[in-house]
Ligand binder design. Structure first.
Ligand code: BTN
Length: 253
């Protein structure tokens, strides 16, 4: 018997695979050979899942791994905004399916009880005229399992939430395509506001690991391009690339 196809939003073309090296790699190959916007590569497991900054992404069966091809009419510098679009779509989807409180951590991590349950990897290419040719948005969600060898990671199941990969796939893609359209029509501001509603509280202390070293400061939001705004003892900074590590609140008295 054929497995039931998940409900999908209009304009979504799903390619469902049992196993692949990386859905991002596969989706990039589709994008390069002209696949239309809305193509989604979904795999039950990945043999060489990739994370940000060249890291690997643990990808056993039981979790969600997918990559979406988009062709937004924008400059490459605007592409990171689609990472925030994806983050709010996932936070909304989990809000619809579960009662679990979720938080978004800059730039693209979804956190549950202070631990990472999902990450997003964006890859893109530009045209000769300098506009974006295609963008691949890859997302991994720890539904059943989280890697045992990493600190501060979790899965929905470990947090007491039981949903299926298919349910999450369907609700998430519905929200993603809806938010993507909203971004196209109204720009980044409504996305930025929604993202901030899931973010750490303003003033939260954090360490940001950047390519040229660590900086400490207080979270003060994201700007109109999605850069992190950090208040430091030497003034306010805008940060484009880095990893955020929230610090425990200082104890006084
Ligand atoms: C991160 O480092 O936080 C980003 C992780 C992104 C993982 C997803 S899983 C689906 C897609 N395919 C990949 O190889 N990576 C992304």
């Amino acid at each position: 018997m054929r497995a039931q196809q998940p409900d999908l939003p209009a304009g979504c073309h799903l390619i469902a695979l049992d196993s692949v090296d990386s859905t991002n790699k596969e989706a990039k190959a589709y994008a390069q050979s002209g696949a239309e916007a809305g193509t989604v590569v979904w795999a039950r497991q990945q043999e060489a899942g990739r994370g940000r900054h060249g890291r690997s992404w643990s990808s056993p069966p039981g979790n969600l791994y997918l990559s979406v091809v988009q062709r937004p009419d924008c400059r490459p510098a605007d592409a990171p905004q689609l990472g925030f679009v994806t983050g709010v779509a996932l936070a909304d989807a989990l809000g619809k399916l579960t009662d679990i409180p979720v938080a978004l951590k800059w730039p693209n991590d979804l956190m549950i009880n202070g631990r990472k349950a999902s990450g997003i990897l964006l890859e893109s290419a530009a045209n000769a005229d300098g506009q974006l040719a295609w963008l691949v948005i890859g997302i991994g969600v720890n539904v059943e399992l989280s890697p045992r060898d990493l600190p501060d990671v979790t899965s929905l199941q470990e947090e007491g939430v039981t949903i299926t990969v298919e349910e999450l796939l369907s609700v998430f893609l519905g929200r993603l395509f809806w938010y993507f359209e909203r971004w196209r029509q109204e720009g980044f501001e409504p996305i930025r506001e929604r993202w901030m509603s899931f973010a750490l509280p303003a003033g939260a202390e954090m360490r940001v690991r950047m390519p040229d070293g660590d900086v400490f400061g207080r979270f003060s939001g994201i700007d109109e391009r999605g850069s992190l705004l950090l208040g430091t003892d030497n003034g306010s900074r805008r940060i484009d690339i880095g990893d955020v590590f929230p610090l425990p609140p200082a104890t006084t008295g």
